[in-house]
Design a protein around this ligand. Structure first.
Ligand code: ADP
Ligand code: MG
Length: 758
């Protein structure tokens, strides 16, 4: 029988930090954990990387009995179990791949009630024998991962999942929880109904992924563009999606000939080869996987730093799920889509092969939405979230190509006039590719057939490349100056606006199109366009490389993927803060007791050796980097006994000051205590907290606010319609909120509004 036991916040938070090594919950995790601890059924929709595992693993640790986790892919269960074990949870799996010996050991552990988590595959529930065995155990609750697999409307339907409908009937007193990253309402309704969840606690998290940068790039000379992009991501893990097996092979081979470590993955390969590719990628033995969309579900690799779509995806949902595999660890990651109008025709051919008419129409409409997403000129994040029915509260996300490049416009009125005139002279009946051909004066069959070489506009754009003219046309479409009735059959028509431009009554400007990529300038082209808000917080690259090597070595010794040992985020923090002893090391993100015991010493050796050998590297960072980036150096000086007061820059003194605030905070001091101790104003201390938060430190909201108060302040901000400035909210509160508190609250409200707007 399930009996409710009371768990207090302290137990929950100490488990969060001692087991998982995290300082705070991600959005919704805490409420889900609480609901599970109270014995409720749960249904949670959270995006990939939202941290769903922790939602059931943490209660599984606290509650009596074993949590039975259903997960779709046997091939990934080992990784999941290893990851849980490395955190010090007691976890095991029962599936067809384990030996009789192991099976016995698991059986014993279960009988002795020693397991926190038991991972099994769904088809087990077809076995009466298995169900009866489960009934003899003390089960804390069921957790169904990737729950969308139960829905035929989802993109990953697995008939085996249907057996899970039995759970509620066979185990009426045990809570059932279900998790998915699928966003569509139809699928989510289906899941709740099929699992027969009983008045579940429902969570629908925001689908915004604040650490992902979205970029759409015109596809011109794909191979060179891709290599140029990769040059800016040297040694990082990434996925490149292509839409056919042949292209997967070709791209993987192309990269290999350029000495880039890449492996192919597609359904046409043998199981053995495919598995080998996946393993190599997962274990950082090759940095890039080139794959069809067959690659992805359940790949928990947290340090994927980029996802490239080399061809036009079929629909936005798929694009979103695939890009979602980047940056699960919360560190910045980039999503790049290569968009070429020539890909539309190819996708249309796939769509036309769909036999059933209704399904074909749906696929067509989804493709239209995808094309609109790629060609439009508004914030990508806003467009993506809108697709999932969400509104993003700010106009400029500052983390997509449109928002970041909107500053870099240049006048292109004359090229626009030339293009519009070509459209006019060809009686508004042709598409972008043919028009670009006319402008550059190409000699194509179509041009000869329609005698377009006789037009006055023929060849007026000879001085520029065809790609340049396609960029102009793309911009004209994006700005709705030329209209197309159907994005899938893009015949360009003039609008009223176009006529104004033609008559010289209006100007036209567009983003500076990328120059032609020549063989010589290939490298480092795209990487140079990095954006400040998107860049990884500063850290010592040479130390990071050393840490990464050690991580690989330790992972290999234990036969687990490196990201399970420590995430990229953990290594970035180490290379930023240089922890020099056990206490400092355990304050790093992702370092729980168990991991510290297993790996701490080895890492400390590397850090200490590096610091001894590279005092200059540390100093030079200090001299060259602006204020915010000085953080690591100042922590370094604050934590070692000799201070680096030799440094002339005031910034480091300031940063050392906010560091001191951080230290006191970590000793458990309140703001008021810090104010007294440091003889500084509240405002100054709060400004330190702002800086800490901006530099990526996760401050636990509970240290500063009870939830009701924060909710109240949030209301005042909302009523004032403003989060950038404090005054309106202070005024909206009618004297109940002062500037300091408003400023403090804004730190958390901003975070939660960028992560989660319900
Ligand atoms: P999902 O299953 O929702 O895609 P995971 O459970 O695999 O996500 O978690 C993604 C990553 O986020 C993992 O690397 C995990 O360690 C990390 N993570 C989870 N919860 C937190 C947290 N509260 N703070 C920091 N990192 C977290
Ligand atoms: Mg997951």
């Amino acid at each position: 029988m399930f009996s409710v036991q009371y768990y207090n916040s302290e137990q929950i938070y100490s488990t969060l930090s001692s087991i998982f090594g995290f300082r705070s919950f991600r959005p919704h995790q805490e409420e889900i954990v609480q609901a599970i601890l109270k014995g409720r059924d749960v249904f949670a929709v959270m995006p990939t990387g939202g941290g769903k595992s922790l939602c059931y693993q943490l209660p599984a640790r606290l509650m009596k009995g074993v949590c039975v986790v259903v997960s779709p892919l046997i091939s990934l269960m080992k990784d999941q179990v290893d990851a849980a074990r490395i955190n010090g949870l007691s976890a095991a799996t029962l599936n067809s791949t384990i030996s009789a010996e192991e099976k016995n050991a698991v059986g014993t552990a279960l009988r002795q009630n020693r397991l926190d988590l038991l991972y099994i595959s769904p088809e087990r529930f077809n076995s009466e024998y298995f169900i009866n065995r489960l009934k003899t155990l003390q089960i804390s609750f069921f957790a169904i991962d990737e729950a969308h697999c139960i829905s035929e409307w989802g993109h990953d339907f697995r008939p085996d999942y249907l057996a899970l409908s039995k759970i509620v009937h066979e185990f009426p007193s045990i809570p059932v929880t279900a998790f998915t990253a699928t966003a569509t309402p139809r699928v989510t309704e289906d899941i709740v109904a099929r699992l027969c969840l009983r008045n579940p606690h429902l969570t629908h998290a925001s689908f915004n992924r604040p650490n992902l940068f979205y970029r759409v790039m015109m596809k011109q000379e794909f191979d060179a563009q891709l290599r140029s992009f990769l040059a800016g991501h040297n040694g990082e893990s990434g996925i490149i999606y292509r839409n056919s097996r042949k292209k997967v092979e070709a791209t993987a081979e192309m990269l290999q000939t350029y000495g880039i470590s890449a492996k192919p993955y597609h359904a046409g390969m043998s199981d053995v080869d495919r598995h080998a590719s996946q393993e190599a990628f997962s274990r950082d033995e090759c940095s890039i996987i080139v794959a069809t969309i067959a690659f992805g579900m359940g790949i928990d690799k947290s340090n994927v730093r980029f996802v490239v779509h080399a061809d036009l995806p079929k629909n936005i949902e798929g694009y979103y799920q695939e890009t979602g595999r980047a940056g699960r660890d919360g560190e910045p990651a980039e999503c790049l889509l290569f968009f070429g109008r020539q890909d539309i025709a190819q996708q249309l051919r796939f769509v036309d092969e769909i036999e059933e008419e209704h399904a074909r129409e749906i696929a067509k409409e989804q493709l239209r939405q995808m094309v609109r997403f790629a060609e439009q000129n508004n914030c990508r994040r806003i467009a993506l979230l809108k697709y999932f029915g969400e509104t993003f509260p700010v106009q400029n996300c500052n983390s997509c190509d449109v928002c970041v490049d909107s500053q870099k416009q240049e006048d292109a009125t004359i090229p626009a006039q030339k293009t519009l005139s070509a459209i006019y002279r060809t009686k508004e009946s042709f598409g972008a590719i043919h028009l670009a051909d006319i402008l550059v004066g190409a000699n194509t069959e179509k041009i000869r057939q329609f005698r377009h070489d006789q037009l006055p506009t023929y060849g007026v754009g000879k001085d520029k490349s065809k790609n340049y003219w396609r960029a102009v046309i793309d911009a004209l479409i994006a700005q709705k100056i030329v209209a197309i009735e159907d994005p899938l059959r893009p015949i360009l028509k003039l609008t009223e606006e176009a006529r104004l431009i033609l008559r010289g009554q209006k100007t036209f400007s567009m983003r500076k199109p990328p120059e032609r990529i020549s063989a010589e300038t290939k490298m480092n082209r795209i990487s140079n366009t990095k954006i400040p808000s998107y860049e990884v917080k500063p850290f010592s690259e040479p130390l990071f490389v050393k840490l990464r090597e050690l991580r690989t070595e330790l992972a290999r010794a234990e036969n687990v993927p490196p990201y399970i040992v420590f995430s990229d985020r953990t290594l970035h923090e180490i290379a930023r803060y240089f922890p020099r002893n056990a206490q400092e090391f355990q304050q790093i993100h992702g370092v729980g007791h168990h991991k510290y015991a297993a790996y701490g010493q080895r890492f400390l050796e590397v850090i200490n050796k590096f610091c001894e050998q590279n005092p200059d590297a540390v100093k030079s960072l200090q001299n060259h980097q602006p204020f915010e980036q000085n953080y690591e150096t100042s922590l370094q000086s604050a934590s070692s006994s000799q201070s680096t007061s030799s440094s002339q820059s005031t910034p480091s003194i300031q940063s050392a000051s906010f560091l001191e605030t951080y230290r006191l905070l970590h000793q458990g001091k309140t703001i008021d205590e810090i104010v007294t101790e440091r003889q500084l104003t509240r405002g100054t201390i709060i400004s330190h907290l702002e800086k800490l938060s901006e530099s990526g430190m996760e401050l636990s909201v509970d240290l500063f606010f009870v939830p009701e108060r924060l909710a109240q302040i949030k209301e005042w901000f909302r009523a004032s319609g403003e989060t950038l400035f404090l005054k309106p909210a202070v005024e909206a509160s009618g004297g109940k909120l002062d500037f300091d508190e408003a400023r403090l609250a804004r730190i958390f409200l901003r975070k939660s509004s960028s992560v989660n707007q319900e």
